[in-house]
Ligand binder design. Structure first.
Ligand SMILES: [Zn+2]
Length: 388
């Protein structure tokens, strides 16, 4: 008897016109309210993100790429509400490499003020940071530069872009710098063209407003960059247990590092990362988490330590140099290049004080020095500033 009831109820589900109970009652000649309540549509639950192992989490925290559903920072920063469309076609198939530039703005509302009754709420101290994002078509690498304002007046950015194009391997290529019309990225594009003009060929080209594929490529890169920057900020905040605002001295480095991670870690539709396409091999540089305190070896320079002095020091890990695989180390006297770092035990890696007292930005890594290039670390910097 129970078997027959099950069969009948199954056929009854296909007949929405009759209630299932009615159908069963007629076919089996009995009505069993209790059994009817056992029937249920199979629920479709939300996706279980899974439970990663401690080792998986530690490895993921180094890059947050690819985005993982079990990582709260990835979800906060760059979770997508639907599968993103893969761009392909025109952009990839051009013979002449194209370099595309556009601006985006990182914004935050520092304080939300709840007003008195009858008045509207207000947001005070709305801040924003202007970021120039570059994407090139040869390797699909992404680069980001925190700038002070729009336009080509900041010489260091133009200089840095030219160097980064060299890093990509576009040294001897003719490239086309594309950008939206009516956009002050034009100014930067022209400056880059002029900077390269003597040795290489660079043409400035405006994409048509209606050219959605072409404009979509840089828009997609900007979205990727923004998501990665949000995720890194969220992760750092949790680590140091202090809010990380746009005016924090680590932000220009976080901007730079977010793009570097995308270039280095994201596997492209070709099956290889931009870094691999650029260098012809996988990156072997070792990573730490952004902003963690690491030991670094004091390089052998003329100011190297005496035999009885420390030969390692500590600083903030702010990323790696795509060109040389050296690390950027932040200290309270500037940001330096070093070649050897070691991680500290997990409970000694995070210091809000070190983050707050960081000096130097990509435009000027060591205050008082004109160059945008981070110098190799030397103790002379530390002592000079201590004495000064
Ligand atoms: Zn993550």
């Amino acid at each position: 008897m129970p078997a027959a009831r099950t069969d009948d109820s199954a056929s009854a589900q296909g007949e929405p016109a009759n209630g299932p109970d009615d159908a069963r009652a007629t076919s089996t000649g009995e009505s069993d309210e209790h059994d009817a309540e056992e029937e249920a549509e199979r629920p479709r639950g939300l996706r279980d993100p899974g439970t990663p192992s401690a080792a998986e989490i530690a490895e993921h925290n180094l890059t947050h790429i690819p985005s993982r559903p079990w990582c709260s920072h990835c979800v906060r920063g760059k979770s997508k509400d639907k599968k993103s469309l893969r761009l392909c076609g025109v952009y990839a198939n051009n013979d002449v490499p194209r370099c595309r530039l556009d601006y985006c703005y990182l914004t935050e509302n520092v304080e939300h003020v709840t007003a008195d009754l009858g008045q509207e709420d207000a947001t005070t101290a709305d801040t924003s940071l202007t970021v120039l994002v570059m994407q090139e078509s040869a390797c699909r690498s992404v680069w980001a530069y925190a700038v002070e304002k729009k336009g080509g007046t900041e010489a260091w950015v133009v200089d840095q872009i030219c160097e980064d194009l060299d890093t990509v391997g576009l040294r001897n290529d003719r490239i086309i710098v594309k950008n939206d019309q009516e956009n002050s990225a034009n100014d930067v594009a022209r400056e880059v063209a002029r900077c390269r003009a003597s040795d290489y060929g660079t043409a400035v080209e405006n994409s048509n407003v209606g050219d959605s594929n072409s404009n979509g490529t840089i828009e997609r890169s900007i979205q990727d960059f923004e998501g990665q920057a949000r995720t890194l900020r969220s992760a750092l905040e949790e680590r140091i247990a202090v809010p990380v605002r746009l005016n924090s001295p680590v932000i220009p480095w976080l901007v730079r590092h977010a793009a570097c991670l995308i270039t280095r870690c994201r596997i492209r539709p070709s099956g290889r990362t931009s870094y691999e396409l650029m260098k012809g091999r996988r990156s072997n540089a070792l990573l730490a988490e952004f902003g963690e305190v690491v030991h670094f070896k004091i390089p052998k320079t003329q100011h190297m330590p005496g035999k009885f002095e420390d030969v390692w020091s500590e600083g903030l890990w702010l990323g790696f140099n795509m060109r040389s695989a050296e690390h950027f180390i932040g200290t309270d006297v500037g940001v330096f290049r070093v070649s050897t770092v070691k991680r500290k035990p997990e409970d000694a890696r995070w210091s809000a004080e070190r983050i707050a007292s960081l000096q130097g930005c990509p435009k000027q890594p060591v205050p008082g020095q004109a160059s945008r290039r981070s110098p190799a670390y030397s103790r002379s910097f530390a002592t000079r500033y201590q004495e000064g």
